[in-house]
Design a protein around this ligand. Structure first.
Ligand SMILES: O=c1ccn([C@@H]2O[C@H](COP(=O)(O)O)[C@@H](O)[C@H]2O)c(=O)[nH]1
Length: 237
């Protein structure tokens, strides 16, 4: 599927960052048919949520498994080989060359897509420097994107701020997936590189990941519907 063919509704990925499988299932029921794509990350996986990947896939939902793997290449390859059997659509790894190479090998010809996390959206230039990097966020994101593309990675996770530049680097062959999304007026929390849903789509993002603004909303379904309407409007729909 080319980016232009992705339906507006399917571009919203709701992060199920909830404390238990029961809480996640309750949220999925509340969101009903308004949300088609979910992200499962550390919080839910370590609370016993991994089987939800298959359950959601069986219900026709897509799942982004946000495990952000990073280890020696052989271990990553073997881990990803196991993950190909779970039914997820996307899996994240950190954008280090050995890690990305191992993940692409492990994914093989399966339908699982590997996304490389370029620079976490909670980091700014000062945070990168404090972690020992000499490059700015935008320089490191672009360098890692180039490496990811050469290694055969399927997509990139970045903030929406980098999406315009990334399109010039990787064209339309890679999925661009952006957390750091904040509807106007919502709290940024620990996110430092943020954009509204409409601006992120206009910048060229394929998929938007939204957690707290939806799952902590008084009315999660109405919030998800409003984000999808903003996405459709930005696409000219
Ligand atoms: O760079 C990254 C990579 C992953 N994430 C994840 O996305 C969601 C965002 O949640 P919000 O509540 O909307 O901030 C969360 O699960 C992160 O682990 C990211 O934020 N930035």
């Amino acid at each position: 599927m080319t980016p232009a063919e992705i339906a507006p509704k399917d571009r919203l990925i709701v992060a199920l960052d909830l404390p238990s499988v029961d809480a996640a299932e309750a949220m999925i029921n509340r969101l009903g048919d308004s949300v088609t794509f979910y992200k499962i990350g550390y919080r839910l996986v370590y609370a016993g949520g991994l089987p939800l990947v298959g359950k959601l896939a069986d219900k026709g939902k897509k799942v982004f498994l946000d495990l952000k793997l990073h280890d020696i290449g052989n271990t990553v390859t073997q881990g990803v080989e196991s993950i190909t059997r779970l039914g997820a659509t996307f899996l994240t790894v950190h954008a280090y060359p050995q890690t990305m190479k191992g993940a692409v090998e492990g994914r093989g010809n399966s339908s699982l897509k590997i996304l490389a996390v370029t620079v976490l959206t909670s980091y700014n230039d000062d945070d990168l420097h404090a972690a020992g990097y000499r490059l700015s966020v935008s320089e490191l994101v672009e360098a890692r994107a180039q490496q990811a593309q050469v290694l055969g990675v399927d997509g990139l996770v970045s903030s929406p701020e980098e999406v315009g530049a990334l399109r010039k680097v990787v064209g339309h062959q890679m999925h661009l997936v952006t957390p750091g999304i904040r509807p106007a007026g919502s709290a940024s929390g620990d996110q430092k590189r943020i954009m509204t849903p409409g601006r992120a789509i206009a910048a060229g993002a394929d998929y938007l990941v939204v957690g707290r603004p939806v799952v902590e909303a008084a009315d999660p379904r109405a919030t998800a519907d409003a984000i999808q309407a903003e996405i459709a409007a930005a696409l000219g729909g």
